[in-house]
Design a protein around this ligand. Structure first.
Ligand SMILES: *Cc1c(COP(=O)(O)O)cnc(C)c1O
Length: 360
């Protein structure tokens, strides 16, 4: 597995390894494994200095461009300890290809998606004892690229780091799957067509925090974003894409530049279609959603993303009014999609789309 990778290996000595966190208190993104992958890029050498090394702090100039102009992109995926103790990844190449789309938009260098899948498999294999064993717990994977040239002048950086760090995370639904209460934002916007909403870039998340705080104060866990021009059409919810089941049709907004193209979204579209569900990608206004709800035609609404897979919406809070969806219950299709996707991700169900990649 290490041949032809061109990756140096600096292992943490056995007696210097970290203690593993208690399995019932993993939290999200607070514990990091012993090793990370790191490589550097400059114009002369391209990507070089590839290494798997101890998880470590960086020393960066205060002028490093990422601190000033925000060239930072990332990905999020998981390693699953599935059937028969196999270590599995879900569509990892698609994550690295999406990262290349983000890189293009942010004037950052491309990576080889194929090579990065190999590197990731080697890294996970080295850290296999960190992949949690509890049901639903996973090893979260965060590939990241940042601009580190120490120059204050607005332009694309000439030097970058790319790294992959890993965190064991607990079952998202440890306390059961409760439909969420969602704040519909009719004042602030996340992204605008022609902007950077379709890139997984740091600034989008900074831009969302203020509205998230308002939502929290109103007792909501996430924000449903509407389009930035008219505050009319539904875009996405927090760091998830959104689906509505109206009558027998499953509807999600189309990817037209301001929405992040989730891999869970894409998997839901493909899986539901394969079951014969009538699936459409089209613009849908918040008025249409709430009117369908009023008439009892909105059967289900749910978010999709790597962290929660399928997250049912129980209630929308819009212009100071609450709208309860499906009696605040998880819908039939939401439950079926959630079960099927997780069964595929964990190797318990046939994988008709070849989404799952074994670590070894
Ligand atoms: C990552 C992300 C998603 C979900 O993507 P997945 O690949 O399904 O995890 C949706 N919206 C935003 C804004 C995101 O950052």
């Amino acid at each position: 597995m290490w041949e032809d990778l061109e990756v140096a290996l600096e292992k943490v000595k056995a007696d210097k390894r970290k203690e593993k966190p208690s399995p019932d208190n993993l939290g999200f993104g607070v514990h990091f494994t012993d090793h990370m992958f790191l490589m550097k890029w400059d114009r002369e050498n391209g990507w070089h200095d590839r290494k798997i090394c101890p998880f470590q702090d960086f020393t960066l100039s205060p002028a490093a461009m990422v601190f000033h102009y925000g060239q930072a992109i990332f990905e999020g995926l998981k390693a699953y300890r599935g059937k028969d103790n196999q270590l599995l990844l879900f569509r990892p190449k698609d994550n690295f290809e999406r990262m290349n789309n983000s890189a293009l938009r942010m004037c950052m260098p491309r990576i080889s998606a194929e090579k990065m899948v190999k590197v990731l498999r080697a890294l996970i294999y080295l850290e296999k004892d960190w992949v949690p064993t509890a049901p639903g717990a996973t090893l979260y994977i965060r590939p990241t690229m940042i601009a580190v040239e120490p120059t204050i002048g607005v332009k694309a950086s000439g030097v970058y780091y790319f790294y992959i760090i890993l965190c064991p995370v607990g079952d998202y639904y440890a306390e059961g799957c409760k439909p969420t209460r969602i704040y519909v934002s009719d004042e602030y916007a996340r992204a605008v067509k022609g902007g950077v909403g379709s890139a997984k870039t740091a600034g989008n998340y900074a831009a969302s925090l203020y509205m998230s705080e308002i939502a929290k104060k109103a007792g909501c866990s996430q924000v449903l974003w509407l389009d930035a021009c008219e505050h009319k059409y539904v875009e996405e919810v927090g760091t998830s894409n959104i689906f509505f089941k109206i009558d027998d049709q499953l509807i999600t907004p189309p990817l037209e530049g301001s929405i992040l193209g989730g891999l869970t979204r894409d998997s839901v579209l493909k899986l539901a279609s394969s079951w014969g569900v009538d699936v459409v990608e089209r613009a849908i206004s918040i008025d249409e959603v709430l009117e369908a709800n009023e008439k009892g035609r909105l059967r289900e609404a749910f978010g999709t993303g790597t962290a929660a897979v399928i997250s049912p919406v129980g209630e929308f809070f819009y212009k100071d009014r609450s709208y309860v969806i499906n009696n605040n219950q998880t819908g039939e299709l939401s439950a079926r999609l959630s079960q099927a996707l997780q069964a595929i991700q964990n190797g318990y169900q046939a994988d008709p789309f070849n989404w799952v990649v074994r670590v070894v």
